[in-house]
Design a protein around this ligand. Structure first.
Ligand code: CA
Ligand code: CA
Length: 349
């Protein structure tokens, strides 16, 4: 009897709140899931049913494992079947062309994150679902999660040595012909070559000690490069082509021409007439990496890859319309940075 007597009151409240008749104002907790952690944040999704009057909320608190006090996070965002369509409809009558760039209806749910956390740290997160109209199901969740650790260089690792086709000089083992055969368990000249599983694992190093160009034509050219051969190593240059007088031969292995120095290579082939030899001191502040520790990662702060004014790479490049029109000095510089120009910014800006 008592329940029946309350009905008119509930109906009146529903009308006053602007809630359509038949609306489900109560919240029923549904699937709860966590997003893959990032270095600094932990994300949560909590699906619900009901709460048509949109007055439910999910409060988030968290603490580092071992701490007693809970910190307050931002409440989760309420999502309620919003349609994400990417803008106005596209003018098309084609039934197979989507009229909207996107067509995604968000579930009835809550979504949000604990932000500005510390990497590689265990956190307890507590999420409490509440609704003045009532909650059915599990209204509180406590989860223990760890933020991601900053990626580290892999420890250990193998070193693979790569040599060009027909290389007859001394080899360090394990030795491979061409970088692809070092990278993969096998290679072929077909486009399914990546079907071979990779040999390399994180931390492995592939060393390519020789500059070798292999071409199936005799009209390919190479110039305006900067080389730094390994000190004391002879035969660092190769120019492998079809036999002299043959314009192109795509079927035979190219003839190997090996040269001790850049000058010998250039004089013999006519290539690289404008190329230069450089040392690490062409840069403003870059030193040779420690070869005995090839896995080491270097912090970019303190390294300056801009060219040192007057160094061999300055004005040694070639003008490429629309690529380096704004060069300074007599000619473009070799490399990514032009002396006296602002350093380009790559990536999002
Ligand atoms: Ca509600
Ligand atoms: Ca220049």
């Amino acid at each position: 009897m008592r329940a029946y007597s309350r009905l008119p009151v509930m109906f009146l409240l529903a009308v006053l709140a602007g809630v359509p008749l038949g609306a489900q104002t109560i919240t029923t907790a549904g699937d709860f899931s966590v997003e893959p952690p990032t270095l600094l944040s932990l994300g949560f999704d909590w699906k619900i049913t009901g709460d048509d009057n949109r007055n439910a909320q999910v409060d988030l608190t968290y603490r580092k494992k071992g701490e007693t006090a809970w910190k307050k996070g931002l409440p989760l965002l309420r999502l309620q079947r919003e349609w994400v369509n990417g803008g106005p409809p596209l003018p098309t009558d084609d039934p197979f062309t989507p009229r909207f760039p996107f067509d995604y209806v968000v579930p009835n749910m809550f979504s949000g994150s604990a932000l500005n956390l510390e990497p590689d740290t265990e956190y307890e997160c507590r999420l409490v679902l509440s609704d003045p109209d009532g909650v059915r199901g599990e209204a509180a969740k406590t989860v223990s999660l760890r933020t991601r650790r900053e990626p580290q260089p892999a420890a250990g690792g193998k070193t693979y040595h790569v040599y060009p086709v027909g290389w007859a000089g001394p080899k360090q083992e394990p030795a491979f012909t061409g970088p692809m055969s070092a990278y993969y368990m096998g290679t072929s000249h077909y486009d399914y070559q990546n079907a071979w599983p990779a040999r390399v694992k994180p931390g492995d190093v592939i060393l390519v000690p020789v500059f070798a160009v292999g071409t199936y034509t005799n009209y390919s050219t190479s110039d305006y490069n900067a080389f730094r051969p390994w000190p004391g190593k002879d035969g660092s240059f190769e120019w492998n082509t079809p036999p002299a007088g043959v314009a192109a031969d795509y079927k035979s292995a190219p003839v190997v021409h090996r040269f001790k120095t850049l000058k010998e290579y250039s004089d013999a082939t006519g290539q690289e007439k404008h190329s230069v030899l450089v040392e690490y001191d062409v840069f403003s502040n870059v030193t040779m990496p420690d070869k005995t520790d090839p896995q080491r990662l270097y912090k970019p702060d303190g390294l300056d890859f801009r060219l040192r004014p007057g160094s061999a790479a300055v004005d040694a490049g070639v003008a490429l319309p629309s690529i380096n029109d704004d060069f300074t000095g007599r000619a473009p510089d070799i490399g990514a940075y032009e002396t006296g120009r602002p350093v380009p910014q790559y990536g999002p800006r």
